[in-house]
Design a protein around this ligand. Structure first.
Ligand SMILES: Nc1ncnc2c1ncn2[C@@H]1O[C@H](COP(=O)(O)OP(=O)(O)OP(=O)(O)O)[C@@H](O)[C@H]1O
Ligand SMILES: [Mg+2]
Length: 248
């Protein structure tokens, strides 16, 4: 299988604090890759570095995406290339409606790829199908993005954005935290429906809740800023039963 994302010997700092240390990780096309690890080991930091959050400084190492140097790209370029992050703590955007945000993002990506813009009718159709599947109401779409939404509603809206943008590489950072069992099934189904030969996912999680609905092909365990082990789904069971001290 061709490589979609390749991280080699990555070191990352915030201020003077070294957070990621000599981290290497490889994700082939079409793979669902779960990442587990104790609080504070650097999982969210890794996801933010991949999408280009300027707060995190890469001091050495490389990230290639579809064979291109990801670290040379702006955050917008990375999104247009097909990188998407569903945040652990979604950002509130007062005054910005979801439909406008998504139409702008979709058409920016289409322009980047040399494709024609989606018109209003096409966009509404695209949105209606996905909103219905994810239980997103018209009222939710009219409200400013993430403002005043419950934790579970925000996660569902993040999943909706992913379904709308159809990215090639999706990172779900603790998508399962705070979701009720019905919402968990909805998110699990959304990922399963989006699963394609070339689309890959990183699912960052602490439990096997979401992984019951979306079976990972590979599992990596992070500790103290680096990946200490990569294996198959059996690692999830081992962690659930014995905790992180079973590894590294
Ligand atoms: N902007 C920042 N400023 C200072 N420290 C930071 C910053 N971002 C992350 N850190 C620190 O880096 C470490 C890793 O944080 P990160 O959020 O990546 O952990 P995590 O593995 O996602 O944890 P959790 O499972 O609790 O979500 C923590 O000690 C955190 O305090
Ligand atoms: Mg985190």
């Amino acid at each position: 299988m061709a490589e979609l994302l390749k991280i080699e010997h990555l070191n990352v700092k915030v201020g003077n604090k070294e957070i990621l240390k000599d981290l290497s990780l490889s994700i082939p096309e079409g793979q669902i890759h779960a990442i587990m690890g104790p609080n504070g080991c650097g999982k969210s930091t890794l996801s933010k570095v991949i999408v280009g959050d300027p707060a995190y400084v890469v001091t050495s190492g490389s990230i290639t995406f579809k064979g291109k140097d990801l670290l040379k790209m702006s955050a917008d370029e990375r999104a247009n290339e097909g990188v998407f992050l569903a945040f652990q703590h979604p950002v509130e955007l007062p005054g910005v409606g979801m439909a406008l945000l998504l139409k702008t993002a979709i058409n920016a990506k289409r322009k980047y790829l040399g494709q024609e813009a989606m018109d209003a009718v096409q966009f509404m159709k695209h949105m209606k199908i996905r909103a219905t599947a994810l239980g997103i109401t018209d009222e939710m779409l009219k409200r400013p993005v993430n403002v005043g939404f419950s934790g579970g509603e925000q996660k569902r809206l993040e999943t909706f954005q992913m379904a709308m943008l159809e990215p090639d590489f999706c990172i779900l950072d603790e998508m399962d935290s705070g979701l009720d069992v019905d919402a968990l099934k909805v998110v699990g189904k959304a990922v399963s429906v989006m699963r394609e030969a070339k689309r890959s996912f990183i699912i960052i999680t602490h439990h096997d809740d979401l992984l019951k609905y979306v079976k990972p092909d590979a599992v990596s365990i992070m500790r103290r800023g680096t990946v200490v082990k990569t294996g198959g789904p059996e690692l999830v069971k081992l962690i659930e039963e014995q905790g992180y001290d079973a590894i590294g």
